[in-house]
Design a protein around this ligand. Structure first.
Ligand code: 5GP
Length: 214
């Protein structure tokens, strides 16, 4: 009776480093086969066990700038001295196939997406507290103290941008946070602006007549 668009959602997930974006996105993907996480390009060096083409496409600054000049990004930003960008290709293809596309990106890039893709869903992931965020950043052990400090400082600036998002999810427990994001998607899929067609094939007069006869 109601036909809704099969078009997948574009979900933008941001939050400070250490808010657990990677863990949450991985858990979402493990549970839902109709979600796809976009792989970004970056000019930063691989960290820990990161693999090219899996975690990121690792590029030199020159390679990244060439892609900028060819308009190959949906959005890009400089963050802590490195470029990060979302490749344009594939996103439309996935959404048209009914797949929900997740962009796990920082705030400046998210705000650019907001201008370009008005129907995107913006979710801000918050750590349970700033103390926990500090601990998580220190426990990573993959970066210098200066870099950890820079990320912590950036975290405060990013949290100031939270009101520009549609939803905030506190990452206290992975399962809780994943449940909440799934619920957000369930609600978003019921929005009236996703309705393509309402088929009221049984006419009101027909029903009216049959009611009168009873
Ligand atoms: P990290 O260096 O910790 O992997 O990422 C640093 C920040 O860059 C994170 O907040 C991450 O979400 C963000 N990021 C990752 N990919 C992209 C992207 O394609 N575009 C933008 N704007 N930010 C990104």
């Amino acid at each position: 009776m109601i036909k809704t668009k099969k078009y997948g959602a574009l979900i933008v997930v941001s939050g400070p480093s250490g808010s657990g974006k990677n863990t949450i996105c991985d858990a979402l993907l493990a549970k839902n086969s109709n979600y796809w996480l976009s792989i970004s390009c970056t000019s930063r060096a691989p960290r820990g066990e990161e693999v090219n083409g899996v975690n990121y496409y690792f590029l030199t600054r020159e390679q990244f700038e060439e892609k900028i000049s060819k308009n190959e990004f949906l959005e890009y930003a400089e963050y802590n001295g490195n470029y990060y960008g979302t490749p344009l290709s594939v996103i439309e293809e996935k959404r048209s196939a009914g797949i929900h596309v997740i962009l796990e990106i920082e705030v400046q890039g998210a705000l650019k997406v907001k201008e370009m893709v008005p129907d995107a869903i913006f979710i801000f992931l918050m750590p349970p507290s700033m103390d926990i965020l500090k601990q998580r950043l220190e426990n990573r052990g993959t970066e210098t103290k200066e870099k950890v400090l820079a990320r912590f400082k950036t975290a405060y600036q990013e949290i100031n941008e939270m009101p520009k998002y549609n939803y905030v999810v506190v990452n206290d427990e992975v399962e809780n946070a994943v449940d909440k994001i799934e619920s957000i998607l369930t609600a978003e899929m019921c929005r009236v602006d996703r309705i393509e067609e309402v088929d009221l094939s049984t006419k009101e007069e027909v029903l009216h007549e049959s009611l009168m006869e009873e």
